[in-house]
Design a protein around this ligand. Structure first.
Ligand SMILES: O=P(O)(O)OC[C@H]1O[C@](O)(CO)[C@@H](O)[C@@H]1O
Length: 392
């Protein structure tokens, strides 16, 4: 197991406790709101309703209690140091991750019986995927084959990047209308380096570490198809979550739902859907669900088998805010800390495609930070800004 450098360990982790902080608002507002939404979306029986009451009581007034299920994987939570502490006093990444695991336990997601494997977030994900906005995005793909390849590259990279705003956890506090206007121009843009890595003649595997389902996963899949059809990748390993997580994170079921959506569309979207189905059956698009994908740990602590996966890839693309926090470490870095320093441990070339939805950021120039800080909005957390960062 690789440990982060001492410099990484020295930097304070993001904890929840600071009143008025972004992290605190997630625990105080988003998590209770999510429990209520889950209750309303699915008619869970009394046992689960009571377990939800208990969880709500614990996260709002109580101390962190141990998991009380023994589902596969539960043992990884047995020896955590935070039990008995108050929720706001522990690292943000850990608190969020444990909350999602407890929510699933309350809903009997892992317990053999009628509710096993029922995704509590599926009603929200399905509604998003069925939206007319998605119809419009799929129709817009008809224009793609008419564009020069460089323009296709840019369009598909940016739609995968900005697709990251489609995050149902985020919408719990902003509302669907609450996302601010996208700010044109990225806070940092290493896309030239990204295409350079992929232009290497010895093209190989690209690892695409997915984030949200539906409106983010669709452009991710379209990008995967583009990499395969243009020969930038001989195969794409698509890392998904092994169980529902952070509301809208993509699971295998969500990939299948996207493929259905593409295949039942018309025009070029349908062609892409057919190619992607074939890519899976022929082993060129490889879904993977590593348990570490739901671990409350930074990638610096990844296990050897996952490290080997990333080490053998031409490029690993990390999608989204949570993957970014885990990639650089969920710590209070000065925003000018070089991205290449904080990702030096990563076993191969890595790219982050992320809209900014939490406090953590690295790799910005002093001028950019000064300009952003001078603006009125909370650029770090509002989802209005985005970045493409690469460490070759
Ligand atoms: O879906 P993403 O981009 O990983 O974002 C996850 C979101 O959840 C948070 O962890 C807060 O719940 C933020 O970091 C971010 O806004």
């Amino acid at each position: 197991m690789t440990r982060p450098s001492p410099a990484t360990e020295d930097r304070a982790p993001v904890v929840v406790s600071t009143a008025g902080s972004f992290a605190r608002s997630v625990l105080d507002e988003r998590h209770p709101a999510l429990i209520e939404r889950v209750r309303r979306a699915t008619p869970y029986p009394p046992e689960q309703q009571r377990a939800l009451d208990t969880l709500l009581e614990e996260i709002t007034k109580g101390e962190i209690e141990r998991l009380d299920d023994d589902a596969p994987g539960a043992e990884r939570w047995r020896h955590e140091p935070f039990y008995g502490q108050r929720w706001p006093d522990v690292p943000f990444l850990w608190a969020e991750s444990f909350f999602y695991r407890k929510l699933l336990a309350a809903l009997r997601y892992f317990t053999p019986g009628p509710w096993q494997g029922v995704d509590p977030f599926a009603p929200f994900k399905n509604a998003e995927l069925a939206s007319t906005k998605v119809d419009d995005e799929l129709s817009a793909l008809d224009r793609l084959p008419g564009l020069p390849v460089e323009e296709q590259d840019r369009t598909l990279l940016h739609s995968s990047l900005w697709g990251n705003r489609a995050d149902l956890g985020f919408q719990l506090s902003t509302g669907t209308e609450g996302l601010g206007e996208r700010v044109p121009g990225l806070v940092t843009d290493d896309s030239a380096a990204l295409w350079e890595i992929l232009a290497d003649e010895r093209s190989g595997t690209v690892c695409l570490v997915a984030d949200n389902a539906g409106p983010e996963l669709l452009p991710d899949l379209v990008l995967a198809d583009h990499l395969l059809t243009t020969g930038r990748a001989t195969s794409v390993v698509l890392h998904l979550k092994p169980y529902p997580y952070y509301v809208s994170d993509a699971t295998t079921a969500d990939v299948l739902a996207c493929l259905d959506r593409l295949s039942t569309a018309s025009g070029y979207a349908r062609d892409i859907g057919e190619r992607l189905r074939h890519a899976i059956t022929s082993g060129r698009l490889i879904p993977r669900t590593h348990p570490f994908s739901c671990a409350p740990l930074p990638y610096a602590h990844m296990p050897a088998d996952l490290r080997d996966d990333f080490a053998s890839a031409t490029l690993t693309v990390m999608k989204g805010d949570l993957n970014y926090r885990r990639l650089v470490g969920d710590r209070h870095w000065p925003a000018t800390t070089p991205f290449s320093d904080v990702t030096a441990y990563f076993p191969g070339p890595v790219a982050a495609l992320r809209t900014l939805k939490s406090d953590v950021v690295t790799g910005l120039t002093p001028d950019t930070v000064a300009r952003l800080d001078a603006g009125a909005e909370s650029w770090r957390t509002s989802g209005t800004h985005a970045l493409i960062q690469v460490r070759a």
